[in-house]
Design a protein around this ligand. Structure first.
Ligand code: FAD
Length: 501
């Protein structure tokens, strides 16, 4: 029986669970299909850069399929209708796809599966985007984990206690050539981003499975994985994998990443490997820390699955009463615009926002700093920042983005206590000690001496003249006073804490 494989967030041939199952069950008679659904291309949170990246992944996928005499059938329109018609035209009897756990995708997939079954097709879905799904890791009481550390412990325990198969990457399957007559069912070629009416202004990483694998190999071979625990927090250093856009679109799988991390550990994994944070071996510390980040990704995916209200609202509902903004909405708009443009007068915040605007990616430490700044210094609703990130991040992922924003805002699961607020200047001094990140993204501060770089408004006038940077003209003075705003933020949060006794 011919089987349609519906590609979505799994844009790769290697280690693709549903694709391999479709090849196995059909003896290779698979119709690889992608649907350009308008929901991917329109709407408030669509990022043109992310669409471009996705199209590059699709182009490479198609090239890989053509090497086997197959090709990617690209359809446009509503997935339920497009897949039903494709099955009718080809005589396919089943549709296979990998599960997506975000609220909008779940709604779509329920509807599509129902329509396909009504049309007499068999529908089979697979775990692929994560190593352990939401229902596989529950507390003793059968409830979801809402705190990361016990979740991580349960994740690692399950892996060691027989879950190794869940983490094992699969080879790319052999697929039969598609009959020539079916080629006409596809759009003749993938459109480029401009043809879709979108304009990309960012310098983005190149999409595709081969680039993802190259980056993963380089992350290990170049030593960044080994040094990850020490280097990951410094945005000026290329100390992280930069694989997030590839994981977002499934150009690489979490199992492939995990396997590389494990390959740097002792050979007896997972039976005896302890993941001890006290380990002295640097190599092991790096891999352990990186594995933790991969687990954070799964943690947030299961949080959004179990608590879909967090998609648009505060995870902790008591914070629905939290006051955002000031009494002057024009001032709030102005502050939000300064944050977006990277003109707040806080160099670490501004450098990070310009990195995002210019490259579609931002370092994790910088994401935490700018998110804290928006919510605790500008006192603006985290949803504004979440949405801006979705419109600009090439790795924009509903679960990780929502989780990260609510963590920083103090309204989320594992949120840091509301009274612990990032001080942007101290963060800057600690994580960009020589100012390399700031100078890279803020050319107007290039000649400011290091002693003033983290707070340029403290430069005396003659130093401003020497550095060619006049505060208020070439670079703004801070748009808010951190100490004052911090106090106000704590006042707002503690009012709710008091009300709730
Ligand atoms: C406010 C905020 C918003 C964020 N929005 C997103 C988002 O939209 N998409 C996204 O993929 N990540 C998001 N993150 C998490 C994190 O910043 C990025 O995953 C990371 O910076 C990507 O860089 P990397 O690939 O070099 O990561 P590495 O450090 O190499 O980590 C490897 C992988 O682990 C995952 N990961 C790492 N850190 C986290 C984390 N804190 N939470 C969840 N997964 C993580 C990512 O898939 C990442 O590619 C956000 C964090 C914050 C604080």
């Amino acid at each position: 029986m011919t089987i349609i494989h519906w590609f979505r967030r799994d844009l790769r041939l290697q280690d693709n669970t549903a694709l391999s199952a479709a090849a196995r069950d059909s003896g290779g008679a698979v119709i690889p299909t992608f649907i350009l659904d308008d929901r991917l291309l329109r709407g408030a949170d669509v990022a043109p850069g992310r669409v471009q990246f996705m199209l590059e992944c699709l182009r490479e996928l198609d090239a890989g399929l053509r090497q086997q005499g197959s090709r990617l059938i690209v359809l446009r329109g509503d997935p339920a209708m497009a897949l039903t018609r494709l099955a009718q035209d080809t005589g396919a009897g089943a549709v296979y796809f990998n599960r997506d756990y975000t609220p909008a995708a779940l709604r779509r997939d329920t509807h599509v599966a129902q329509a396909l079954r009504q049309a007499g097709l068999r529908v089979q879905t697979f775990k692929d985007a994560v190593i352990f799904e939401q229902s596989e890791l529950l507390t003793g009481g059968g409830t979801p984990y809402t705190v990361f550390t016990p979740y991580k412990r349960a994740w690692l325990t399950r892996l060691s206690a027989g879950g190794r198969a869940d983490a094992q990457p699969l080879d790319a399957p052999a697929l039969a050539p598609l009959p020539a007559a079916w080629m006409t069912l596809s759009l003749p070629e993938l459109p480029d981003v401009a043809a879709l009416g979108l304009r990309v202004t960012q310098q983005l990483p190149r999409g595709g499975e081969s680039e993802a694998l190259r980056r993963l190999a380089e992350f290990k071979a170049g030593g960044a994985l080994r040094a990850y625990a020490e280097q990951r927090d410094f945005p000026a250093i290329e100390g992280t994998s930069r694989l997030s856009p590839y994981l977002r679109f499934g150009a690489i799988s979490p199992r492939q990443c995990f396997a590389v991390a494990v390959s740097t550990l002792s050979g007896d994994f997972p039976a005896k490997h302890s993941f001890s944070p006290a380990a002295s071996d640097k190599r092991k510390e790096g891999a352990d820390a990186w594995i933790s980040e991969l687990i954070w990704r799964e943690f947030y995916a299961q949080i959004l699955f179990h608590f879909p209200h967090a998609d648009t609202g505060n995870y902790r509902r008591e914070y629905d009463r939290l006051e955002w903004g000031s009494s002057d909405s024009a001032l709030d708009d102005e502050r939000f615009a300064a944050w977006r443009a990277g003109r707040t007068g806080y160099p670490i915040v501004d450098a990070a926002m310009r990195q995002l605007n210019q490259t579609g990616w931002m370092h994790n430490r910088a994401r935490m700093i700018v998110a804290s700044f928006l919510t605790k210094d500008l006192l603006l609703d985290w949803r504004l920042g979440e949405s801006y990130f979705m419109q600009h991040l090439v790795d924009g992922d509903p679960a990780s983005n929502n989780g990260g924003w609510q963590w920083a805002a103090g309204t989320g699961t594992d949120a840091q206590p509301y009274f612990r607020i990032f001080n942007p200047r101290l963060q800057s001094e600690r994580f960009d000690p020589d100012g390399a990140f700031i100078r890279r993204w803020l050319p107007e501060l290039a000649d400011v001496p290091l002693e003033y770089l983290h707070a340029p408004h403290t430069m005396p006038p003659h130093i401003q003249a020497q550095a060619g940077c006049r505060i208020g003209l070439d670079y703004p003075a801070p748009i808010v006073d951190h100490a004052t705003q911090k106090e106000e933020s704590i006042r707002r949060f503690s009012r709710i804490a008091r009300q709730d006794g």
